[in-house]
Design a protein around this ligand. Structure first.
Ligand SMILES: Cc1cc2nc3c(=O)[nH]c(=O)nc-3n(C[C@H](O)[C@H](O)[C@H](O)COP(=O)(O)O)c2cc1C
Length: 246
C-alpha cells in the first residue's frame, strides 16, 4: 500500500485541483473555519491520509486527531510509524504525504487523549468534523455520548453545537448494534458515508477506489474537485458523441 500510495498520489497526473466554485462553497458551508479530521482505528486509515493530503494541498486548515488504535493500524497497513508526540506525528504525516506546508499553522495535530485541546470545546469554532475511517467502537461511543478520547469528545461537540459531522464507517458485515448506532446518529443529522467505493467510474488501481470514497466526502464538505470521474448516463454520453460527430 505504501509504494502504491506514494507512486500514485505523489504524481502530477493525479494531483487534485480546486474548482471555481470553491469561494461560493466556502460561503455556503462556512468551510473557511478549520475542519477537524479524526482518524480512528478501523481499517483504511489511508482514506484519512488521502483526505488530509487534498485539504492541506489546497491550504485548508485542519485539526487532526489520530486515535491510539489508529496508530497501530497505520503501522500495520501503511508501514507508517506515528509517534504519540504531536509535533513528531505532524512531521511523520507530512513526510508520508510528501507535503511541505506553505503555512505551518495549516495543520495542528492533537494527542488522542488531550481532552483540553481547543476542539474539545464548543467555544472554539470549526466548520465541523470528519471521522475517516470510523471504527464501530468510535461510532458506538458517539451514539451513546461517551467522550473518552479527543475524537469522540470533538464529535460530541459537533453534535451539541449542531455542526456538520461526517462519519466514514468501515466494517463488514455489520451487526444490529452497529446499524442501530448509525441510524441513531443519522436521525440526529450526522452524515453516515460508509467506505463503499463504487465501480461505475471503472477503477483501474487501488487509488481509484480510495479517491472515490474521499471524493464523495469532499462533495459532502462542499469542495469542488476532480479526483474521481463522475457518472455520465449512457444516453448523455451517446448524445455528446453524436453531437461531436455532427
Ligand atoms: C489492523 C486492524 C484493523 C481493524 N479494522 C477495523 C475495522 O475495519 N472496523 C472496526 O470497527 N474496527 C477495526 N479494528 C478494531 C479497532 O481498532 C478497535 O475496535 C479499536 O478499539 C477502535 O478504537 P478507536 O475507535 O478508538 O480507534 C481494527 C483493528 C486492527 C488492528
Amino acid at each position: 500500500m505504501e509504494v502504491l500510495w506514494k507512486a500514485s498520489f505523489g504524481s502530477a497526473a493525479k494531483k487534485p485541483t480546486v474548482g471555481r466554485n470553491i469561494l461560493q462553497a466556502m460561503i455556503n458551508n462556512k468551510i473557511d473555519l478549520p475542519l477537524t479530521v479524526g482518524i480512528s482505528g478501523a481499517s483504511g486509515n489511508i482514506y484519512g491520509l488521502r483526505l488530509l493530503q487534498f485539504l492541506l494541498e489546497n491550504n485548508y486548515k485542519i485539526n487532526l486527531v489520530v486515535s491510539e488504535s489508529a496508530l497501530k493500524v497505520a503501522l500495520h497497513e501503511n508501514n507508517l510509524l506515528l509517534s504519540s508526540n504531536p509535533q513528531t506525528q505532524k512531521e511523520q504525516v507530512l513526510s508520508y504525504l510528501s507535503l511541505s506546508l506553505s503555512n505551518d499553522d495549516l495543520l495542528t495535530v492533537w494527542p488522542h487523549d488531550d481532552i483540553a485541546a481547543s476542539i474539545s470545546s464548543g467555544s472554539y469554532k470549526t466548520s465541523g468534523m470528519v471521522i475517516i475511517p470510523a471504527s464501530m467502537g468510535t461510532v458506538a461511543s458517539i451514539a451513546c455520548g461517551i467522550s473518552r478520547n479527543l475524537i469522540t469528545r470533538a464529535a460530541d461537540v459537533c453534535l451539541k453545537e449542531k455542526r456538520k459531522l461526517i462519519l466514514v464507517p468501515r466494517e463488514m458485515p455489520v451487526s444490529s448494534i452497529h446499524l442501530e448506532n448509525m441510524l441513531k446518529l443519522s436521525n440526529l443529522g450526522v452524515i453516515i458515508a460508509p467506505a463503499c467505493p463504487g465501480f461505475y467510474h471503472n477503477p483501474v488501481q487501488t487509488f481509484d477506489l480510495i479517491d472515490f470514497v474521499v471524493g464523495k466526502v469532499l462533495d459532502l464538505l462542499g469542495f469542488e474537485h476532480n479526483i474521481f470521474k463522475r457518472w455520465q448516463s449512457q444516453s448523455k454520453q451517446l448524445t455528446s458523441k453524436t453531437s461531436t460527430n455532427l
